[in-house]
Every structure is written in C-alpha cells, then in structure tokens.
Design a protein around this ligand. Structure first.
Ligand code: TQJ
Ligand code: CA
Ligand code: ZN
Ligand code: ZN
Length: 489
C-alpha cells in the first residue's frame, strides 16, 4: 500500500498568495513562472524534499551532506521526461504545481507493478456516490474505466451490491476511516489500495472535488477512475507522460485511455504466460499449444479454464453437469467425480442436454433436449421423451437454454436468450405475464444463460465460464466464481 503525504506545497501557495486559490490557475498551471520567484523556490524545495529526498534542515536550508538542489531538479526533470537543465524553468514548475501523488518518485523507479490478484474474476461495488453526477452516469463511468482494463488484461469485473466486493468504490471527504484522510478541494483527488484482502482494491474519490463526465471544469471521473483502478489491480506510477498511470492528472481525454505501455504492464501482471527461464511459472492461459495434456477423445478436461456447461441439475443425492454428450457427476457426500459420455449412465440419451431441473418432492429430474424432454426418477428414465409444449410454451419456442426449479415458490423457470418463463408446478400452468426480461428481473445477469441451478434460496446462473450467485430475497447477484470450481478445480 502506498503512503500519502499531504501536498504541503499546495498549502504554502494558498497561505502565501490568496490570488492563487483560483482553481484553474493552480491546476492548469499556466506555463509562466509565478510573479513571485521566492514562492516558486519554496514550492520547488518542498516538492523535492517530499518526492526526491532533498535534504533540508528545519529552517528550510539545504543540508551540506545532501545532494545538491540542482541535481534533484535534474532527477525530477528526468522522471517527467523534461529537459534536464537543473533550472526551475516554466515546464518544471508546471509539473510541480499540478495535483500529484503523495508517493516519492525516486523509490521503485523502474518497478511499475506490485502485487496482483490471484483470481481473474473480480467483483466491484459502488457505495457512496458523488453529488456531482447522476447515479447512472457514475455507474457507467466506473464500468467503462474497469472495461478498459478488462479488455487489456482478460480480467472480468462483476458488479455486486454488497460491501464485501473486491473493489469497493466510494466518494468520501476528509477523514473516512482508512488513515488517509482527503484534503478538501485540490491536492489529492483519489486513492486506491493495491490487491489484497479487506481494504485491498478499495478505491476512494475525494468528493470535495468537482467530478465530471468529461468536458467542463472539474476532474474527469473516467480518467481518474482508470488511473485508480490501475492501482487497484497492482500497477504503480509510470514515468511516461502518455500513460494513464502517470502521477499527474491530465486535462484532455485521449481516444485510447491506455497507452501501449499500460497494456504491456497489466499483461505482464495478469497474462499468466510461462516465460522461458521464468522461475515462477504461473497458470497458463494464453499459450494453447503448451497449456495442458491432450485428453483422450472420449474424455473431457473438467479443469479447462474456459469450461462451460449446457445444463446443471441435482439428481438424487448428486449434482449432474452436462456438456455436449458428456456428463460429470458429483456426489454430495463423496469427493470423487464420476464422468463419461452421457450414454454410459443413461443409455437412452444419445444427445446433448440443453437444460435440466430437479423437483425434490417428486424426486424427479427433467432433462430437456431441443423441443423434447425426458423425465428421470431414481436412475430410471420414464417412458418416451415428451414435447416441450407440454409446459404451455407458444409454438415458436423450440428450445430453451436453461431451466431451474425454485422450491420456495414451486415455480420452474425456463430461460431463452434474454427472456424467461415461469411455470407453476402445483397448478401445472404457465404463470400469467410471461415471458419477461431476464435482465430486469435478475439484474446483473446480462448475457445468455447456459445453465441454472437452485440451492438454498439462491439461483446459480452459469454464464460461459462464470457462475453468478443470485440471491432471490435480495434480488441481486451476491457472488461470482468460475464454472470449473464446481468440479473441484
Ligand atoms: N492523482 S492524485 C489521482 C494522481 C495523487 O493527485 O490524487 C489522479 C494522478 C494520488 N491521477 C496519491 N494518486 C491521474 C494517492 C492516486 O496517485 C493521473 N488521473 C496516495 O492514484 C493520470 C488520471 C495514496 C490520469 N495511495 N494514499 Br489520465 C494509497 C493512500 C492510499
Ligand atoms: Ca482533494
Ligand atoms: Zn480512503
Ligand atoms: Zn496514482
């Protein structure tokens, strides 16, 4: 975690020259030196003292033992890619005046990455909002800032509505419970904690700043959020002015928020390639040809990173996972997993299963393939397959993608692309008012559902390689994990 020091120089400016409190003056930093050279010297001395280890005695005079003022100016100019003149020219003063990070630039000079998250699905949630923008604007700017990193890194961000999310986003002022109080307008704009438990990943924005959606006066939330999420993912400041991780805020929003360097840095942290000669091989993700042993044609790799299921259902005292014509069976009490072609276990079934659900009080499972379904009691498949229209679907419904029986309500839900139906198992009729929109009734579940599974008041939605845990009481997603973790991978 980084340590923030208060921007003393900024206070000096405010105390000594009330004229400079005009925000635009300080921020945009006008490229002319201040009319008050003594003030520039004070600013520079404080700045170099804080960030470049310039040694001064308590009266502010330079220590004889310390490196010279000029060499510190040169260090600072080198860091920011300025002409290394050693003189306090206007470019140099401009950088010193802009809002910046409290962390010294001279430590970790070349190290741009810190710790990383050891998972690739991260959750985030938004706590307190800013008064400056509509809620939906904040939601979408935060989502966009994360999307920028998701694209470059392959990480997935899932929004939750609980405070326990990995990345908790909040707009706060002054002291807010983490030993790094904000400082009112200007100075520090935001901060983020690197990957880790508890406060790790948490991202705070100073609500004494004016936050904008781009344009106008104030700070562009998208850009600052992109910078902060870089920290939340483990990146440190960069010395390239084009980088989103540069230590000072920029006014203009570039078309690509991330520079090539930012992409390279986040990939170095999360792409998981085995690099030749690397002493710490990580999980292979991007090198298909060396990623895992070839499986016998009839065996499937249950630990494949992109494992998806067609259907998941309880059947007796086991959970059945269907994928193509293949089946994994996980017994509730046993740790081993049985697997093989579906027909090894259910000789009548030679096809894939699109959706499946279990009705405990009938001890029956229903396996749906296309427009037909089988009823399974015990381990016996009852009779011939029946038509899906039995449930009262309109004729145009020739298949469903997922189905789940919710014991609590006695309803079976059938999912198809972005809509779903609700079937009343007691009265044996479709509920009135269906189909309805999945994303409206199951906020957070925004892609095609591959499979759904009910357990203890939660529906688990399998979407591609991810499982979203949906709380039926709270009516939102409360957790996310990988599909393969269900098969003990
Ligand atoms: N700042 S900041 C945020 C730097 C400094 O001035 O608020 C936005 C540049 C803080 N930013 C220091 N910082 C950029 C926090 C936050 O670096 C830059 N925004 C120290 O990230 C480029 C957009 C800290 C762009 N860290 N304190 Br594009 C952790 C407590 C905990
Ligand atoms: Ca501030
Ligand atoms: Zn904070
Ligand atoms: Zn920063």
């Amino acid at each position: 975690m980084q340590v923030m020091l208060l921007p003393v120089w900024f206070r000096v400016l405010l105390l000594l020259d009330p004229g400079l409190t005009a925000p635009a003056l300080v921020l945009e930093g006008g490229s002319t030196p201040s009319p008050e050279p003594q003030l520039d010297l004070q600013l520079a001395t404080d700045y170099l003292h804080q960030y470049y280890n310039l040694q001064t005695d308590p009266s502010g005079r330079m220590r004889r033992s310390g490196l010279s003022f000029t060499s510190k100016v040169k260090d600072m100019q080198a860091f920011f890619g300025l002409n290394e003149t050693g003189v306090l020219d206007s470019d140099t003063l401009e950088v010193m005046r802009s809002p910046r990070c409290g962390v010294p630039d001279v430590e970790d000079f070349s190290q741009v990455q810190g710790t990383r998250w050891n998972k690739n699905i991260l959750s985030y949630s938004i706590g307190r909002y800013t008064r400056d923008l509509p809620l939906s604007t904040v939601d979408s700017l935060i989502q966009s800032a994360l999307a920028v990193w998701a694209r470059a890194s392959g990480l997935t961000f899932v929004r939750l509505h609980t405070s326990s999310a990995d990345i908790r986003v909040e707009f706060v002022t002054n002291a807010h419970g983490d030993f790094y109080p904000f400082d009112g307008p200007r100075g520090t704009l935001a901060h983020a904690f690197g990957p880790g438990l508890g406060a790790g990943g948490d991202t705070h924005f100073d609500d004494d700043e004016r936050w904008t959606a781009g344009g106008g006066s104030g700070f562009d939330l998208l850009m600052v959020a992109a910078h902060e999420f870089g920290h939340a993912l483990g990146l440190k400041h960069s010395r390239s002015p084009g980088s989103v991780m540069y230590p000072t805020y920029k006014m203009s929003r570039p078309s690509n928020l991330l520079s090539r360097e930012d992409e390279a840095n986040i990939q170095a942290l999360y792409s998981n390639q085995i690099l030749p000669g690397s002493t710490c091989p990580q999980i292979v993700r991007n090198v298909p040809w060396m990623s895992r042993p070839l499986f016998p044609r009839l065996m499937q790799d249950r630990c494949a990173p992109d494992l998806t299921f067609d259907a998941v259902s309880t059947l007796g005292d086991a959970t059945f996972f269907f994928r193509d014509r293949y089946l994994w069976i996980k017994h509730n009490e046993q740790s081993d997993i049985k697997e093989g072609p579906i027909s090894n276990f259910m000789p009548k079934i030679e096809t894939r299963i699109d959706a499946a659900f279990w009705i405990p009080r009938r001890s029956a499972a229903y396996l749906i393939h296309g427009s037909t379904f089988w009823t399974v009691r015990g381990s016996v498949i009852k009779g011939k397959p029946k038509a899906l229209s039995f449930f009262g679907f309109p004729a145009w419904v020739q298949s469903v993608e997922a189905a789940v029986h919710v014991v609590r309500t006695g309803r079976t839900l059938f999912f198809m692309q972005h809509i779903y139906w609700s079937y009343n198992e007691n009265r044996k009729v479709m509920d009135f008012g269906f189909p309805r929109s999945i994303s409206e009734d199951f906020p957070g579940v925004n892609a095609t559902i591959n499979a759904a599974f009910y357990k203890e008041k939660f529906i688990y939605f399998f979407l591609g390689p991810h499982v979203y845990k949906f709380d039926l009481t709270l009516k939102h997603v409360v957790g996310v994990e990988s599909s393969r973790s269900w098969l003990s991978c």
